[in-house]
Design a binder for this molecule. Structure first.
Ligand code: ATP
Ligand code: MG
Ligand code: MG
Ligand code: MG
Length: 440
């Protein structure tokens, strides 16, 4: 993409309404624009990051054996009356009436809708296990939308639902989700720690939240600092292997790590050596639940078991805050000059800065680098505007691409360009082809 043809409305001034760094940087980098309280337009740069996060979530869910689909945003109140949640959900639910005076709602989550789909089409244990998921916009009329996309009213969420014959199978689904979520976050350059949590309006027995440690997080967390040393890395995972998934789950959840809702001070002090006790804040970027037959029973989602008897299925639901992750990644990865995108989610792989637009040699070298990067399947952003170098550098730093290649007539005389890493700030001079090779 050439910047002269792109839409990147960066702001010079710090927007007054932004209280935290990710919100400030998303506005300044021209990623989002508020449409109304807690509702945002995703401008081209923000949209690219959102799509990258969505793609990683899809890839990891499909790898775990979960099946993608898409359910609507607007739902009928009928199903929610069946589960008893229409009244229970309270003012966070956006209620709508259609022209025929039917009660509708903008879905805050999808347990009812998916259970209805399941009961219409599945009747035998032979069709289990089954995990369906989608990535779709949700609406929750949050009392205090704030921090930009971190607590929006409209937000993008992956939600998945497992259907199993037995509790044991459903717990395997739970563990599978836990492992696939950790892999998902790690691919985004994030550490999200699974913490024992409270089940809230979804209900159920077993639940973990995934928290990214950050001072600006809204959750209070208590943990053993040793949990931050655990990584999945590129371990081979077989998602059908019940024992392996359980072992990984146990490894990640054995040490004390809880949110304030389930925190037990006496246990914390007794279980965790004093020098490893941490009281901090975190951003909830996902949550997994096992809730048994809470929805299948009242809604009649049953299957015929091997003995011919009809039984309600065991379910769980599992969510990732896709749009919140954009903010969470920035909270975890930025400096005074702007965002520092992890490679996995960056909107462009590399920025090309032409120091002297209109200079024949510089223009030709930039075009060549652009073509070479593109041929390698990479997506560069070429700043081809007639602007001062300082302004171009500031924009590149703000939008945080992992690499910058700086091209100018003086360097070209010696056959070199400059390659700069956004994260380390280190630069080196090398021939254009070598710079391209280094990024690939
Ligand atoms: P929170 O405690 O932050 O209100 P939640 O527990 O109500 O979140 P869940 O029902 O667990 O949310 O939804 C799954 C995920 O969706 C959350 O872990 C979070 O990452 C994301 N999410 C929830 N509410 C919002 C929101 N208002 N804006 C952006 N993302 C959200
Ligand atoms: Mg909430
Ligand atoms: Mg929560
Ligand atoms: Mg939650």
């Amino acid at each position: 993409m050439r910047l002269s043809r792109y839409f990147l409305p960066v702001l010079k001034e710090n927007p007054a309404e932004a209280q935290i760094v990710s919100h400030r940087l998303m506005l300044r980098a021209g990623m989002i624009k508020q449409a109304s309280a807690g509702i945002y337009s995703w401008l081209p740069l923000g949209y690219k990051v959102l799509r990258n996060i969505e793609r990683i979530v899809h890839e990891e869910q499909i790898r775990a054996g979960h099946v993608p689909m898409l359910m609507p945003t607007v739902q009928s109140a009928e199903l929610w009356r069946e589960s008893g949640r229409y009244d229970a959900y309270g003012p966070e639910m956006l209620r709508i009436r259609d022209r025929h005076d039917r009660d509708m709602l903008f879905g805050p989550t999808n347990e009812e809708l998916i259970t209805d789909i399941f009961r219409a089409h599945v009747s035998s244990y032979k069709d289990l296990p089954l995990t369906l998921y989608h990535i779709q916009w949700k609406f929750r009329d949050e009392i205090r939308p704030r921090f930009g996309v971190m607590r929006g009213r409209e937000f993008f969420m992956k939600d998945g639902y497992n259907f199993d014959l037995t509790k044991e199978d459903a717990l395997h689904a739970y563990n599978r989700h836990l492992v696939s979520y950790i892999r998902t976050y790690e691919r985004m350059g994030l550490q999200a720690i699974p913490m024992r949590a409270d089940s809230g309006p979804i209900g159920g027995d077993d639940t973990h939240e995934f928290l990214v440690l950050a001072d600006t997080g809204e959750s209070e967390v208590f943990y053993d600092s040793a949990v931050t040393d655990i990584r999945l890395g590129n371990r081979e995972i077989n998602y059908d292997d019940v024992g392996q998934c359980r072992a990984v789950m146990e490894e990640f959840t054995a040490l004390y790590a809880r949110t304030d809702e389930t925190h037990d001070e006496a246990r914390f002090v007794e279980q965790v050596p004093a020098e490893r006790q941490r009281r901090a804040r975190g951003i909830e970027v996902g949550q997994i639940f096992y809730f048994g037959t809470k929805y299948s029973e009242p809604m009649g989602a049953t299957v015929q078991g091997p003995d011919g008897k009809s039984v309600p299925v065991h379910m769980g639901s599992h969510g990732i805050g896709v749009s919140r992750l954009v903010g969470a990644i920035i909270e975890a990865s930025h400096d005074d000059n702007g965002i520092i995108w992890p490679e996995g989610v960056t909107p462009f792989h590399c920025g090309i800065v032409n120091l002297k637009q209109g200079d024949e040699a510089a223009d030709a070298a930039c075009d060549g680098i652009y073509a070479a990067l593109t041929a390698l399947g990479l997506d560069p952003l070429y700043d081809d505007r007639k602007e001062r170098a300082g302004g171009k550098f500031a924009t590149m730093d703000l939008i945080g691409l992992p690499w910058r290649i700086t091209v100018g007539p003086r360097g070209l005389k010696n056959g070199v360009v400059e390659l700069t890493s956004r994260r380390s700030g280190e630069s080196e001079e090398l021939p254009p082809e070598a710079a391209v090779q280094k990024i690939a």
